[in-house]
Design a protein around this ligand. Sequence first.
Ligand code: ZN
Length: 303
Amino acid sequence: MAIKRLIFFIIALASANSHCNTLKNQLIEDFNYLASDELMGRQTASQGAKLSREYLMQRLSLLDLEVTEQYFTYKPTLFKKSEGINIVAQSPKKLPKVIITAHYDHLGKRNGKLHLGANDNASGVAAVLYLAASLHRTPLPFELVFVFTDAEENGLYGSLHFAESINPKDVIMNINLDMLGVKERNKRLYALTSYSLKSHLQPIFSDLKNIGINLKPAYSSKQMNRLTRSQNIDWHRASDHYSFARNNIPYVYFGMGHDSYNHTAKDTMEHINIHLYINTVTMVEAFIKHLAQVSLVGLKVDT
Ligand SMILES: [Zn+2]
């Protein structure tokens, strides 16, 4: 009997391991495709953006989630009206929501050169696909909503539209992933959040400190500038998390800080350290699981 149980245990462990490896292999496959020439830099309203959505819809259709395309219009300039499309995947429950976002749009072609946006933000999009696959059946005390936003590069328009379409009272927080391509030289991943969330989240950040990535929490844009040795970046407004903050929803933004290849034709897969990237994504996964163990009542946005 004991031997039988041991064999069962070994088989269960082996199959859990192989499931885990399958998810990681898929993560890399997704990342490579999203940053490939075929998607031509995923500019909003382009053929590349359409192909990106088709890929996301196809990948999400394999999961037990309701997937919708959310259309919106916005005015990038006074006389211009443009269109964008977010993708939202969820399995509605009567629970408070944690909204995980990554923008799938990038710059397309600039000055005759394709800007593929591997770090910005194929890295975040592949991570959200991974999290959807790995967590959508995990019992958690909150509901996960996976949102792939459009038109971030033009001014955070997709996330703003989404954040305005929900009731902030139903939402615990936004977790925004943008530029997860952590660099070898410092192995740093930053988690920017509000000072008012510090007491809730600091224990989680310290638990996760040393799992292959150097996790650095920052509780203000000023602190983030100090840690990243950047000076004039308004990190609070730098990506989609700001749209949630504007609508009274707290956020945690995960990113690698300043990237000298950002918004250049050099933001390609060859500059991504895949090993560190996998560690980063699994750290974010662990962060979400840890959230289930702390009280998340009454989190507020700093004004
Ligand atoms: Zn970005």
